[in-house]
Design a protein around this ligand. Structure first.
Ligand SMILES: [Zn+2]
Length: 463
């Protein structure tokens, strides 16, 4: 068992639960934010400013003073600090992005930017990724302001632009140019964790993210001798590229367990009554994954590196051998797996194909024995006593990567209770993204409870 508090900073007495106004607001804010179209296609046309102004007004309303920050006009970020009661406690960052991925209305049952509330469900792009969390953050801190609640730690709220593309106008810009706004923050919480995962047999699991794989988007370039398509040519760039791409696609990456993934396997195995110790060096991870059933999807993408060829381009005429051929590969790297990833790619591409990073982002690992992690578990289990929390590692990345440059340890904690039939992973960037009102109510209750009760010391327990 992890300690839930450290000696220097005992936890605060619990305040009362969230009020009806906060419950109403979390639904209204989610719906209003969905109606503000912030689709980010990564082509520079997204404008988060109307959503940022909406958020800023909700804060200003209750006396919280936000700052609005832009690197590019219209690509607006909002940051606000709520002063905690204990100036010696570490600050905590709570961040949510304001942009969403695009949506094609013709594919949807309800218009993706309608924010319609129908039969107790809020519909639209951003309902789970992650205007719901933005709304929960606002509803919680507005209630604190109304009722005079002060959290122990300073809470820094950041509503960011551009998360769904490169973060250059969002968290990347904030980390590089506005570090002072995040002073004292040791930990951060944000998306992609603490949602209900239905594991079968009525079991509800809440995976809390304590790590992210790194991103390695690669460009492969094969060179050869250009010439007539009818002649013998052993230096064909297209063939060389195709060989390399097929070796990469077929490669079996070895299992490399990080502490977070090991903890995830151990706890999932225990929940499913499987007698396996993932600490043993000879543990057969793939066999264990098979026994975990649906729960395997929580860990399977993060037990090893991956590299998937995704784009190919070469040639301009069927009877001309081009001198060059290019491919793109989406690589993902487990924390600590970077060196092995590079040497493996060198070997797989071979001497005639060069490769380089087109875009790279670091992998992250956060301690699962920290007082904050214990407080996250406690908050969820308080409002869903039959639910079970487990740590997990995200297969992709979030703004936490950018904030990690400021020394902020990132967790995926965006609490959401979903009934059976709501598959979070399918809704995420999916068609008919939607969230039950009850789920939002659960989320704001858990978030509020966590933020008020999280111990003031953001350092992991030792000893
Ligand atoms: Zn997101």
């Amino acid at each position: 068992m992890a300690e839930t508090e450290c000696a220097e900073h005992p936890s605060a007495p619990e305040a009362e639960a969230v009020d009806q106004q906060a419950l109403d607001e979390v639904v209204r804010f989610t719906s209003d934010l969905i109606r503000i179209d912030t689709a980010n296609a990564g082509d520079g046309t997204c404008r988060e400013r109307p959503a940022a102004e909406y958020v800023a007004e909700r804060l200003t309303d209750v006396g919280i003073e936000p700052v609005l920050l832009e690197r590019t006009p219209g690509r607006t970020n909002v940051v606000a600090r709520i002063e905690g009661a204990d100036p010696s406690a570490d600050a905590l960052l709570v961040h949510g992005h304001l942009d969403v991925v695009p949506a094609e209305p013709a594919d949807w049952q309800v218009h993706p930017f309608s924010g319609e509330v129908r039969d107790g469900v809020v519909w639209g792009r951003g309902a789970v990724d992650m205007k719901n969390m933005d709304a929960m953050m606002l509803a919680a801190v507005r209630q604190w302001a109304r009722s005079g609640v002060r959290p122990r730690r300073d809470i820094v709220l950041a509503f960011t632009a551009d998360e769904e593309a490169t973060a250059a106008d969002g968290s990347g810009f904030l980390a590089d140019h506005h570090a002072a706004l995040f002073e004292g923050c040791t930990e951060g919480i944000s998306e992609s964790g603490a949602f209900t995962f239905h594991a079968g047999g009525g079991m509800r699991i809440y995976p809390i993210a304590a790590g992210e794989r790194g991103t390695a988007w690669l460009k492969l370039t094969a060179r050869g001798r250009a010439g007539h398509g009818s002649k013998v040519n052993r230096d064909n760039a297209v063939s060389r590229l195709a060989d390399a791409v097929s070796r990469i696609g077929a490669h079996d990456w070895p299992v490399r367990l990080t502490p977070t993934v090991r903890a995830a396997l151990r706890e999932l195995a225990a929940l499913h009554g499987i007698d396996v110790d993932p600490e043993r060096p000879d543990v057969d991870v793939d066999a264990l994954l098979e026994k975990l059933g649906p729960s395997a999807t929580l860990v399977e993408p993060t037990v090893r590196n991956s590299a998937n060829p995704t784009m190919l381009s070469a040639g301009y005429k069927v009877n001309v051998i081009p001198g060059c051929a290019v491919a793109q590969v989406d690589g993902r790297v487990v924390p600590g797996g970077e060196a092995e990833f590079r040497t493996t790619l060198d070997a797989l591409t071979g001497p005639h194909v060069a490769w380089d990073y087109e875009h790279g982002e670091v992998a992250l690992e956060a301690p699962v024995d920290s007082p904050s992690f214990a407080a996250m578990r406690a908050a969820i289990e308080r409002f869903d006593p039959d639910g079970r929390t487990v740590p997990y590692c995200m297969s992709g990345g979030t703004d936490a990567k950018q904030f990690s440059r400021l020394g902020i340890v990132g967790y995926g904690f965006s609490p959401l209770k979903l009934p059976e039939g709501f598959d979070y992973q399918a809704l995420f960037h999916g068609v008919d993204e939607r969230v039950p009102v009850e789920g939002l109510h659960f989320g704001v209750r858990v978030l509020d409870h966590f933020l008020r009760n999280v111990p003031g010391c953001g350092r992991p327990t030792t000893g």
